[in-house]
Ligand binder design. Sequence first.
Ligand SMILES: Cc1ncc(COP(=O)(O)O)c(C=O)c1O
Length: 371
Amino acid sequence: MLRPTWVEVDLKKIQLNLQAVKKLVGPKVKLMAVVKANAYGHGAVEVAQAVIKAGAECLAVATLDEAVALREAGLKPMILVMGTNIPADGVEAAAVHNITQALCTEELARSLSASSQELGLTATVHLKIDTGMGRIGVHVDDAAQFMSKIRELPGLQVTGVFSHFASADEADQEYTSLQLVRFREALDNLTRHGYTFPRRHIANSAGILDYPESYFDLVRPGCILYGCWPGPNTNNSLPLEPTLAFKTRIVYLKKIPAGTSISYGRTYISSCQRTLATLPVGYADGFPRCLSNRGQVLIRGQRCPVVGRVCMDQCIVDVSEVPGVSLGDEVVLIGSQHEDSISAAEVASLAGTIDLDILCGIGARVPRIYR
Ligand SMILES: Cc1ncc(COP(=O)(O)O)c(C=O)c1O
C-alpha cells in the first residue's frame, strides 16, 4: 500500500449473511444478490463471486456499465440491470453480454429488439411495474396493454416481472400491503391475458425481513447482505454481521499549546495543551466533512474526537487520552478495535444520513482488501 488508508472486506461474513437470508426465505425462493454501487462500497466483482459461490442464483445492478464490468470479470450468472436506459444507449452491449434489462418503455423494447436481431442474439428483459414507488415502471393498470405491444417484437424475451417497495422498512405496513395487492392484481391480469413469467419479484431487504408473502420466485437482498438493517422498524432478528472495516494509520503526531487553531476555517482552538494526530483520510475518501468537530475514531481501543474541519485528504484527531499513542498506530473509522466498535450506522447518524450512504461513499481511491 502506498497510503495507509484502506477498507477490509470480510467476504465470509457476506456469505454468512446471504446464507441467513437463504434460510429465512426457504429452498423454493431464489436469491438475486444486489451488488450495485460497487456492492454497496465493498467491491462488486469480489462480492459477486462470493455470493454466487454461497448460493445466490443471480445478480442485480443499477446500470449497464456495472453489469458489463461483472461480465468482463468473468461472472456468468444472470445479471439484471434494475434501472432503465434510453433506447440508443447500450442496447448492443446488453445483447452482446447477455445482460437482462429492466423494461418499462416501448422505445427501449423496440431498440433492444432491433439490435439483438441485427446481432443474431436474443435480448432478455424483466418487465418493471410501478406499484407505488413512483420512480420507473409501467403503471399496474397498463401492464397487460404494454405486453401486447411488445409481445411480437423479435429477438426480445421477457423472462421476468418485478416491482419495488417504497416503504417496507416503515412501521406502518399499509402502503406495502397495498403495493403487494397491486402487484398480485397486475400478475393475475397478465396471466388472464396469457402472459406468464419465470421470475416474479418485489422483495428488497425490508420485504424479506417482514413480508414473507412478498417472496414470489425470488428476492433481491441488498443491505442485509452487508450487515445493515433497512431501518429500526424492521424485524432485525437475523444473525447478520458487519462486513466492512474502514481503517487508516496515524501519519503525524504533535503536541500543541492552548490557543492553537486547527485546520481550515480555524473552527477548533485548543483550550489547553493537547496531543493531536493527523490521519491520511478525508472527505474525498468518504469520511464525511460534516464529521468536523463531531466524529470519533478508535485508536488503541479508545475513542478520539475529530478536531477542526475534515479536509479532502486528511483530518486531525485528539489523542491526548491515549496512553502510548505512536506514529503508525492503526485507526478505526468504521469497525471494531479492542472492546469497542464504530458502526456505519453510528457514523451515519452523526452525519445526518443512513449507513448505506456512508458505505457507498467510501472513495474509489481507498483500496479494498479481502479476507
Ligand atoms: C430495485 C431495487 N431492488 C432491490 C434493492 C435492494 O434494496 P435493499 O438494499 O434495501 O435490500 C434496491 C436498492 O435500492 C433496488 O433499487
